[in-house]
Write a protein that binds this ligand. Structure first.
Ligand SMILES: Cc1cc2nc3c(=O)[nH]c(=O)nc-3n(C[C@H](O)[C@H](O)[C@H](O)COP(=O)(O)OP(=O)(O)OC[C@H]3O[C@@H](n4cnc5c(N)ncnc54)[C@H](O)[C@@H]3O)c2cc1C
Length: 467
């Protein structure tokens, strides 16, 4: 293939990656050997060594002139943001969890409160170097011979190849983010407010740069509107708040007033506001209990630590054994993000609150940034969606006796309402349904071209069969 880099110009990281690829017997599946993950579904363990990505974790160049960055595929957003913020720049979409990598967010569709204006992370990628199943590293852009791979890469979860380098756009950011938390007593009104903000980019005369929301109950839901500012605004606090200590960000949203509650964060703390308590999921480990929180080292108040605790629990079946002692079935894990068209969001939330005992729920409005449709996750350009996130467990053994009764019900409801489900967690689709929902025909053609010998698992096998 053209555009393949000659070996001599490859970085040390790429050489290690290629050597590790070559060392995997041709009959074995190729997979990542990577220290961190934000993937929730279980994966089949393999004794074969994986791809060595240990030297593909850095920021190569931040170019303030062109407002672009060249970044290794396994570089975390935490490291990238640390390099860009001193220059007053940030990626257009910074997923909330510090250890999410650029490659992971592009292939697995990250999202954030800037997504109503900047779309998804892959929409600000200018080009990517991708290790394909043929063992070559190719450069894919929207307009070159590998444009098919560029457009098929989002939502492929490493099943077509691994990004080794990404060139992405950056945007200027200011020192602080001024927040307004708006309270809603019904979800239809909240959805109308999302519509107005997404259309106008403002609310009551103030610009909106960021918007997300939290539903605590049907009667208590919030939208948080963020505006970038250089100085603390006249209305609201004069000094930034700190939610990395004893105070907890999601609790700070709650209030009874008709008027918005105002707050101020540094841009750094705004970008990582959800990581400290993994949204609210740190609750499960006691980290929100004031006494334990005081003893919990602050460097361990981060999503990657909680994630390791979850992995430990799963490996040793601790929670399942505790349920069994009480005479209960293992609880069903319901850790999902789904996208609903805005006009169906209130209906979905109504159904969810009736059927699924999980709260709070995260909301994040989203509109594709451009006119392009991305084959493996076909959202419609110019249409507003709302990402609805819920991450917990429900009593197991309910429904028709099949595993995953609640997850299956959610999949059905999302499909009925013309929505989409992210694939980072458990999925139960039949192969037919999966292909219809996630661009199966286009995917098959890409797989033939870029992974003809099936060195990487098929997307369906990864997403549904835990390959
Ligand atoms: C509880 C929970 C909450 C989440 N919340 C959010 C959220 O709020 N916002 C958000 O944006 N996202 C969220 N995610 C989803 C997350 O963005 C995706 O799972 C993403 O793929 C994770 O990226 P990672 O770098 O951690 O990759 P990993 O978890 O290591 O891998 C994820 C998948 O991507 C593939 N992959 C990894 N690196 C590459 C690469 N360089 N090239 C190609 N494929 C690669 C892997 O093979 C794997 O299939 C959440 C996930 C969980 C579990």
């Amino acid at each position: 293939m053209e555009q393949t880099l000659p070996v001599s110009t490859r970085t040390d990281g790429e050489r290690r990656l290629l050597d590790s690829f070559a060392a995997i017997p041709p009959t074995e599946r190729v997979r990542l050997a990577k220290r961190t993950s934000n993937l929730f579904r279980e994966r089949t363990r393999s004794s074969t060594p994986g791809l060595d990505t240990s030297r593909l974790t850095g920021v190569r160049v931040v170019d303030a002139g062109t407002r672009t960055a060249d970044v290794d595929g396994m570089c975390t957003y935490e490291d990238l943001v640390a390099a860009t913020l001193p220059l007053g720049l940030a990626p257009l979409v910074v997923p909330q969890l510090r250890t999410i990598t650029l490659g992971g967010a592009v292939t697995g569709l990250g999202i954030e409160s800037s997504s109503f204006r900047s779309g998804l992370p892959h929409e600000s990628v200018l080009e990517m170097d991708i290790l394909t199943g043929t063992g070559e590293i190719v450069t894919a852009r929207h307009d070159n011979e590998h444009s098919d791979l560029f457009h098929g890469f989002p939502n492929s979860y490493g099943s077509l190849g691994y990004a080794t380098r990404l060139r992405i756009e950056l945007e200027p950011v200011k020192k602080f983010v001024a927040l307004r938390h708006l309270r809603f007593h019904d979800l239809a009104t909240l959805c109308s407010a999302i519509d107005a903000v997404v259309d106008s980019g403002s609310h009551e005369g103030e610009q909106v740069d960021y918007i997300d929301g939290v539903v605590f109950t049907r009667d208590e839901a919030y939208l948080t509107l963020g505006r970038q500012v250089d100085e603390p605004p006249a209305a609201g606090p004069k000094a930034p708040s700190d939610y990395t200590g004893q105070a907890i960000f999601y609790r700070s949203l709650q209030h009874d007033d008709k008027a918005a509650k105002r707050d101020l964060l540094t841009i750094h703390d705004y970008l990582w506001r959800w990581d400290t308590d993994w949204f609210w999921c740190s609750r499960a480990f006691g980290a929100q209990n004031p006494r334990l929180r005081r003893l919990w080292p602050s460097r361990w108040r981060r999503s990657s630590v909680y994630w390791k605790l979850v992995a430990l629990d799963q490996r040793h079946g601790i929670s399942d054994r505790m349920e069994a002692r009480k005479g209960n079935q293992p609880r069903e894990r319901v850790v999902q993000d789904v996208e609903l068209p805005l006009e169906h969001t209130a209906e979905f939330l109504d159904w969810f609150l009736d059927e699924v005992p999980i709260e709070p729920i995260w909301l994040c409005p989203l509109r594709l940034r451009g006119d392009t449709t991305w084959g493996l996750y076909p959202l419609t350009p110019h249409r507003t969606y709302v990402n609805v996130g819920f991450w917990s467990t429900v009593p197991g053994g309910t429904g028709d006796g099949q595993p995953g009764a609640t997850n299956r019900a959610i999949e059905r409801r999302v499909a009925e309402l013309d929505g989409h489900k992210s694939l980072y967690s458990d999925s139960f689709y039949s192969r037919e349904d999966f292909d219809a929902l996630y661009g199966g025909d286009g995917y098959a053609a890409l797989k033939d071209t870029y992974d003809p010998r099936g060195r990487f698992p098929h997307l369906y096998d990864k997403a549904v069969r835990h390959a």
